[in-house]
Write a protein that binds this ligand. Structure first.
Ligand code: GLN
Length: 252
């Protein structure tokens, strides 16, 4: 059995980020793998050895400040320990920003991050909104991820950080260097919002496989699923985004 903890599910869950958990549940279920999901909120503790997958969705600056304070109680350290021990993690936008070193808001307030990722974020004066195509590197074969972004924070990776992929269309981490997201051990940060995993099954399976590998100590490949619908959704969206062409960031 695998155990997933949804970090601050009541505060950090924008644009249907929770759809990612439903996708993981279905893909586990189709393979006969039990996946237990538990929400964690303010004041609660995380036991690193009992969690296989962590999910951290997006949120606005005000929620990020509240959550940052709670992370500092020890939850941030527990997330780091779980990831160092091989747990899988998917973080999106506001959650991704909080796992970096800090996020500096437009007001100049520096919200401390966990420091799991060698990255920092600075609020920009443009909002980066729109559809995104990313050529991702998940360690084995490259895969095309499609999704939607909506952020003003510009994330810059440090020398110790590997991007999740390169932006073909869209803004990605900062709208400047064409990187998108970050990958460290089995942890991923990304700006791709909403239900990202249903139309990107390669990423969903990478998360499940990583979690199983850590739990069982085995590198057993997952049973293949009939992904015709998922892959058609992926290619149809990529086609539509390419036809619409590149987007400009909008002034806030
Ligand atoms: N406050 C962050 C930004 O706009 C995160 C927003 C989000 O999670 N969508 O950069």
């Amino acid at each position: 059995m695998l155990r997933l903890v949804h970090l601050y599910a009541d505060l950090m869950n924008l644009y249907g980020d929770r759809g990612n958990i439903i996708a993981l549940q279905r893909r586990c279920d189709w393979r006969g793998i039990a996946l237990e999901v538990q929400d964690l909120t303010l004041g609660e503790n995380l036991e690193p050895s009992t969690v296989d997958i962590l999910f951290f969705g997006g949120g606005q600056d005000v929620e990020q400040e509240t959550v940052s304070r709670d992370l500092a109680r020890g939850v941030g350290r527990a997330i780091q320990e779980a990831v160092e021990d091989g747990a899988a993690l998917l973080s999106v936008c506001g959650g991704y920003q909080l796992l970096g070193r800090f996020f500096r808001t437009t007001e100049g307030v520096e919200i401390p991050g966990v420091g799991l990722f060698d990255a920092h974020t600075v609020a920009g004066d443009r909002r980066m909104v729109g559809d995104v195509i990313v050529e991702a590197d998940l360690g084995q074969k490259p895969s095309t991820l499609v999704g939607f972004e909506n952020h003003s924070g510009q994330t810059f990776l440090g020398p110790g950080a590997h991007p999740l992929g390169r932006v073909q269309i869209g803004h990605g981490n900062n709208g400047v260097d064409r990187t998108e997201g970050v990958r460290y051990r089995n942890a991923v940060g990304t700006y791709l919002h909403g239900p990202l995993l249903p139309k990107n099954p390669a990423l969903a399976d990478w998360i499940i496989e990583s979690a199983l590998g850590r739990r069982d100590g085995l590198e057993t490949p997952l049973a293949a699923l009939d992904d015709r619908v998922e892959l058609e959704a992926n290619t149809a969206q990529a086609r539509r985004i390419r036809q619409a062409g590149p987007r400009r960031a909008s002034i806030r």
